[in-house]
Every structure is written in structure tokens, then in C-alpha cells.
Design a protein around this ligand. Structure first.
Ligand SMILES: NC(=O)c1ccc[n+]([C@@H]2O[C@H](COP(=O)([O-])OP(=O)(O)OC[C@H]3O[C@@H](n4cnc5c(N)ncnc54)[C@H](OP(=O)(O)O)[C@@H]3O)[C@@H](O)[C@H]2O)c1
Length: 283
């Protein structure tokens, strides 16, 4: 299969390239491949893909509050460009989206048919990207994930590991609950989706759920860092963007297809065991 990956330099992009290595891969990334530029369509068509994993995205949630037009241009208009090209190529589109399309008012996991209602500009731009992808390319699968982390890029796990080695105490938000997801596990699940004729929308996150505070405590404990972790509330974070208090995703559509991602704690243990040795942090 000829598989095109957008956002190849992002954390999921890296993992997709690693997991899909047996296929003919076409990796697209900034600056040559820019969703803001009209030549995106020609680039996709020239590559003659069978499948496009569209992982490129404006992902800075607080940044999107400052520049909502740019977030919309990248995530919605850029996705429309990609989707039109994928449709013209007669290929399949797999578009990565987010738990932040939901407002967090539910108290049980969100299923695929729940009504989205994003609280922030990032979520609105990703939801519009979903709509345009489906409208422009019927052979589209939207995959909503959450709280992604991997070896490459800026993410919560890497940040906590760094701060744990720099600061005596950490303050972490304890009133937002979601599903940490190892980008490598998501890439493996996406590779399995390739063999299935799935269209529409699925949720794909690590199993189980926790708050950011619980997630941070697990990281600190697993790396053996001597740092206190204090729970704080969302208003204390002074973040620009509103975030859902509860964005746990029910992965039932994927589970019905026989695909279940590992529990977030198991994934974290696996991830950290391949990272910095514990003693390095305590020196
Ligand atoms: N990270 C999460 O917690 C999370 C949660 C749920 C869903 N998702 C979704 O999962 C997908 C992959 O996320 P990720 O964590 O791998 O994100 P990431 O590491 O931020 O990767 C996204 C990539 O897109 C690139 N990009 C930004 N603007 C672009 C543009 N105008 N044209 C082309 N490429 C552009 C970025 O390049 P630069 O780095 O150079 O800007 C980056 O390499 C995204 O669709 C995201 O919305 C992520």
C-alpha cells in the first residue's frame, strides 16, 4: 500500500512511520508541506496514495485562543484541501481528531454518537475539520484520540519528567479527567484499521482514565523522582483555553472491530522503561 502521512514530524507522525514501515510511505511535513498553502492538493495527488493518515494539525490549545483564525485555517481549511485531494485520488482518508470536541458536561464516557460542543478554539477547528473531511471525502474515517504522548515532541509526560528534575514541587490540575494515550499504541491500532473497511467516526484512546494530577503522580512514582505533587483546580492554572472537565472517550466502535488499546498505566510503564534511567533524575 502507498501510505501518505501528514504531520510526519509530529509525535504521532513519528510513530506511524515506525509502525507502518513495511508499506511504501510518503512522509509529508513542514515546511515543504504546509496546510495553509493551496499546493497541498497537488502534492497529495502527485504522491498517488492509497491511504492518507492526516495527522498534521495546529495542536497548541492555548495558542489557538490567541490565533483562532490560524487554527481554523490549518485544521479546517487545510483538512478540506487534503480531503478533496484524497477523494480525487480515489484514496482513503484517516483524519486524527480530539476529545476536545466535547464540552465535558457528561459524567460517563463519550460515545461516537454524542453531540460535540467544543469549549475552545482548538476544539472548534478540529470539529470543523471533521465535518469538512466527511463532506469532501466519503471514504473518511475520523479517529478521535486524547492526551497523546510519545518520545518525540512536547507532551505532558516529557514535561513532568523535565520539571521533576528541576523543581522541588509540582502543581497539577486535578479536576480534568481524560484518557492518556501512548502515540505508539495509537499507531499500532491505526495500522490494524488499515485492514478494515471502516468509515465514519471512532474513538481511540488508552483504556482507563485519570486526572492530570493522577497521571503526574504515576509518572513521578514510576521514575522514582523525589518531588512533591500538589493538586490544583483549573482556575488556578490560568490557562487561556477552557478545557472539558471530563473528556473520557468510550472506544466501543473500535472494540467491536476487535481493536483495544492497552490500559494507560501499562502503556506508561512501557514508555518510561524505555526512557531516562531513574537515577539520572535523582542526581
Ligand atoms: N497531542 C494530543 O494530546 C492530541 C490529543 C487528541 C488528538 N490529537 C490529534 O492527533 C493528531 C496528531 O497529534 P500530535 O500529538 O502528533 O501533534 P504534533 O506533535 O503537534 O504534530 C502535528 C504536526 O503538524 C504540523 N503542523 C502544524 N501546522 C502545520 C501546517 N500548517 N501544515 C503542515 N503541518 C503542520 C506540526 O509541525 P510543527 O511542530 O513544526 O508546528 C507537527 O509536526 C493531531 O491531529 C491532533 O489534533 C492530539
Amino acid at each position: 500500500m502507498r501510505i501518505l502521512i501528514t504531520g510526519a514530524n509530529g509525535q504521532l507522525g513519528h510513530e506511524l512511520q515506525r509502525v507502518l514501515g513495511r508499506h511504501a510511505l510518503i512522509s509529508m511535513a513542514l515546511p515543504e508541506f504546509d496546510l495553509l498553502k493551496p499546493d497541498v492538493e497537488a502534492q497529495v495527488l502527485t504522491a498517488r496514495p492509497d491511504v492518507v493518515f492526516h495527522a498534521a494539525s495546529y495542536t497548541d490549545v492555548d495558542g489557538a485562543e490567541r490565533e483562532p483564525d490560524k487554527a481554523m485555517a490549518v485544521n479546517a481549511e487545510g483538512t478540506e484541501r487534503v480531503a478533496k485531494a484524497v477523494d480525487k485520488a480515489g484514496a482513503r482518508l484517516i483524519y486524527l481528531s480530539t476529545d476536545y470536541v466535547f464540552d465535558g458536561r457528561k459524567t460517563s464516557p463519550y460515545i461516537e454518537t454524542d453531540e460535540p460542543n467544543p469549549l475552545n478554539a482548538y476544539g472548534r477547528s478540529k470539529l470543523e475539520g471533521e465535518r469538512r473531511a466527511l463532506a469532501c471525502c466519503p471514504n473518511t474515517l475520523i479517529v478521535r484520540s486524547a492526551w497523546l504522548y510519545g518520545a518525540h515532541g512536547k507532551n505532558f509526560v516529557n514535561t513532568i519528567m523535565r520539571l521533576a528534575s528541576e523543581q522541588p514541587a509540582l502543581r497539577v490540575v486535578a479536576d480534568q479527567r481524560g484518557c492518556p494515550t501512548h502515540a505508539g499504541d495509537l499507531a499500532v491500532a491505526l495500522a490494524r484499521v488499515l485492514d478494515m473497511d471502516m468509515r465514519g467516526l471512532v474513538h481511540a484512546t488508552g483504556a482507563g482514565d485519570c486526572t492530570w494530577y493522577e497521571f503526574a503522580c504515576a509518572i513521578v512514582s514510576l521514575i522514582g523522582a523525589r518531588v512533591a505533587v500538589h493538586p490544583i483546580t483549573t482556575p488556578e492554572t490560568k490557562c487561556l483555553a477552557l478545557r472539558p472537565a471530563y473528556s473520557v472517550l468510550d472506544n466501543r466502535a473500535l472494540a467491536e472491530a476487535g481493536i483495544v488499546l492497552p490500559h494507560w498505566k501499562d502503556a506508561l510503564v512501557r514508555f518510561l522503561s524505555s526512557r531516562t534511567p531513574v537515577h539520572a533524575l535523582n542526581q
